[in-house]
Design a protein around this ligand. Structure first.
Ligand SMILES: [Mg+2]
Ligand SMILES: [Zn+2]
Length: 261
């Protein structure tokens, strides 16, 4: 079975901003956030910020209201709906946004930092990998998450289903490690002028996948749709079953290496 799995980063790929920064800024806690940023890992800081906002009387409903008006390019939702499509924030932020956009059912799986609302109505955020008890050991990635490991797992399960191709879309430093795992038949789509694009341009020889850069939602739609057409044709030329399966899932960006644009 020939099929394609499309892996989307979330922050600054699906949505146009970083969802953590968006919530902090919109709820008026930017100064405290910037003050504490040099002193603790990103996930711990977000957990702390949620605690502070809760203490100031901000409710989960306030957080949801902010998430529902997150900036997104108008062509992204139609593209994902068409593709049935993966992200980078915490589960609560991602789920609230994709649910609001009406594209939650498009994603087969969401890999991100776990979060839950505690008994006091406070949002708690924990790292995807417990770096104290079981560090992932990847030197390219921050302690809370290695997206390369997620790609390893996806590739292993796809291998069981037969030959499968991956298209990976991302923007951040944390998207570099997974791009090194992609193979000749895969496609890496870095967002132009964003950190992962810079890393790829500087290390092209390390990547086996074909590289296709994109600028914004409109550009992403055009390139992905053209690519899908091209792959379909190739697969039929190779007389492989044209069972064109597209899966998409948001994977989570390593929070602690986020680079401010
Ligand atoms: Mg991102
Ligand atoms: Zn890694």
């Amino acid at each position: 079975m020939a099929g394609t799995t499309i892996v989307f980063d979330f922050d600054k790929t699906i949505i146009d901003v970083d969802s953590d920064n968006w919530v902090v800024d919109e709820l008026g806690a930017t100064d405290l956030f910037n003050e504490l940023l040099p002193t603790m890992p990103w996930n711990s800081l977000m957990d702390r910020m949620m605690n502070e906002l809760h203490a100031q009387g901000k409710t989960i409903e306030d957080v949801k209201e902010v998430l529902r008006r997150v900036p997104i390019h108008p062509r992204i939702v139609p593209t994902i709906k068409t593709l049935h499509a993966l992200g980078d924030a915490n589960l609560f932020f991602i789920e609230t946004i994709i649910d609001h956009l009406g594209i939650k059912d498009c994603f087969s799986e969401i890999n991100t930092n776990p979060s839950y609302v505690d008994e006091e109505g406070k949002l708690r955020i924990s790292p995807f990998v417990d770096f104290e008890s079981s560090p992932h050991g990847c030197t390219l990635c921050p302690p809370n998450m290695c997206k390369g490991m997620i790609i390893d797992r996806i590739q292993a399960s796809l291998a069981k289903e037969g030959r499968q191709r991956i298209i990976y879309l991302g923007d951040g430093i944390g998207d570099f490690c997974p791009s090194l795992k992609l193979r000749d038949e895969d496609f890496m789509m870095p967002r132009k002028d964003f950190p992962v694009w810079g890393l790829i341009c500087g290390n092209r020889a390390l990547l086996r996948a074909e590289i296709l850069e994109w600028i914004d939602g409109e550009d992403m739609e055009k390139i992905v749709m053209k690519l899908i057409e091209k792959i379909k044709i190739q697969d039929s030329v190779q007389l492989l079953p044209v069972d064109f399966k597209i899966e998409a899932m948001p994977i989570a960006l390593p929070q602690s290496v986020k680079v401010q644009q």
